[in-house]
Design a protein around this ligand. Structure first.
Ligand code: IPM
Ligand code: MG
Length: 421
């Protein structure tokens, strides 16, 4: 029996969950999600941690530019992720071309060996797709999360001796070249493929598609394809069928026939691209949850960006964070509460009551020319979802919850935790 890594290692009556707001509008999203979660009255003790660009700035202030201790992730945050049962994270900001800067999420994926990036793309009620036919889309992507071009084995300039390694490098000799290694390990391929099939088995899904380019990239994708076809045979007895296809074809078929896909397993880069495409078919990144899952812990994050131009203005859509929270609750075995979250969000999206939907929903799905004026704030929409879960979540009760989550997501310099030794 394979260990079910998609569930917390140890079931408990009460959990400790680390929450990290990230940067900019990440704070607004997190505040909105926590407000909705308050209405569920969960058996969760929240533990705050910080990471992202804000911590990069804090570390530079503390240690000075160029100091090796400067990082987007403070040691305190790593410790809290380690000590808690799961982590919930909003959006972080990255800036290109900053010397020494390393993405916080990429570091966490490697450090905690979070090898599964699980990305559901499910059409929510009240949210259309950009497709001609409004198909029912319900896809779960299993993206390998630690290897491939993300292994960060790169060369520039390429050391002289590397030109002798392979005859294919002959034509590059004497030229200025940059090289990034695409590294796949056998056990790395195997565990992501097994995770996808195990999920199919556990949820009654009937197909798994492996998207690769084994027709061109013989060794890495060849390995992935070979292992997939082998492992697929083991699952035939459960009525699950494995299909392998070229990833470029998948990109095309996803637009034409998205209902043909249920579970997709892909390497890191292909999964990164295909998951954005799948999310766009189901409302875009404003609705897309994502879970980084490993053997020891899991970190759930929105796929949406931190929208710096709207930072701390409570304009962003809380839906992605709500759906991300739902994934986290399922991981903790709180499936029933998770289902309530999705149901409540769906009701708000369908009812479209004035003052309950953020600007992007009015603009992109309801064609409201006055979307700016009519937009609800992140917290208004969150409160509308919360009251669907618990009708008594109004008046003083709502105000108290608002004050609590506002405090939990304070973003002034003094509130940011980390680098405080
Ligand atoms: C994602 C993002 C990240 C990735 C970036 C922000 C490093 O695109 O989670 O899909 O490339 O994995
Ligand atoms: Mg991406």
């Amino acid at each position: 029996m394979t260990e079910n890594v998609l569930k917390v290692k140890q079931k408990k009556d009460r959990y400790q969950v680390c929450y990290m707001a990230g940067d900019d509008s990440g704070f607004d999203m997190m505040e909105g999600a926590l407000l909705v979660l308050e209405a569920l009255d969960l058996p969760i003790d929240w533990v705050r941690a910080d990471l992202g660009w804000c911590m990069w700035e804090k570390s530079i202030k503390k240690f000075g530019e160029g100091d090796p201790r400067c990082n987007t992730v403070p040691p305190e945050t790593i410790q809290k992720i380690r000590d808690t049962d799961a982590t919930l994270m909003a959006a972080i900001t990255s800036k290109a071309g900053v010397k020494g800067f390393k993405s916080a999420i990429l570091q966490m994926r490697q450090l905690f060996d979070l090898y599964i990036n699980m990305r559901p793309a499910k059409k929510l009620p009240g949210i259309g797709t950009p497709l001609a036919k409004d198909q029912d889309i319900d896809i779960v992507m299993f993206r390998e999360n630690t290897e491939d071009l993300y292994a960060a084995v790169e060369f520039y300039p390429l050391p002289e001796e590397m030109f002798d390694l392979h005859k294919g490098m002959e034509r590059f000799r004497g030229r200025e070249v940059a090289v990034s290694w695409r590294v796949f390990s056998k056990d790395g391929c195997e565990r992501i493929i097994r995770a996808a099939f195990e999920y199919a088995k556990a949820t009654g899904r009937k197909t798994v598609h492996c998207c690769n380019k084994a027709n061109v990239i013989r060794e890495t994708d060849g390995m992935m394809k070979r292992l997939f076809l082998e492992i697929a045979k083991e699952y035939e007895q459960y009525g699950i069928k494995g299909y392998e296809e070229n990833a470029d074809a998948t990109a095309m078929w996803l637009i034409k026939n998205p209902q043909d896909y249920s579970i997709i397993v892909a390497s890191n880069v292909f999964g990164d691209i295909l998951s954005d495409e799948a999310s766009q078919l189901t409302g875009g990144l404003g609705f897309a949850p994502s879970g980084n899952i490993g053997k020891d812990t899991a970190l759930f994050e929105t796929s949406s960006g931190s929208v710096p131009k709207y930072a701390h203005q409570y304009k962003v859509n809380p839906s992605a964070m709500v759906m991300t929270s739902k994934m986290m609750l399922e991981y903790l075995g709180l499936d029933e509460q998770g289902a309530k979250l999705e149901k409540a969000l769906g009701e708000v999206l369908v009812e479209k009551k004035p003052g309950t939907l953020t600007y992007d929903i009015l603009r992109d799905f309801h064609g409201d020319p006055d979307w700016e004026k009519n937009a609800a704030s992140t917290l208004d929409m969150a409160a509308a979802i919360a009251v669907k879960i618990d009708p008594s979540f109004v008046g003083a009760k709502l105000d108290a919850a608002k004050a609590k989550v506002h405090q939990m997501c304070a973003w002034d310099e003094a509130s940011l935790l980390g680098f405080d030794d």
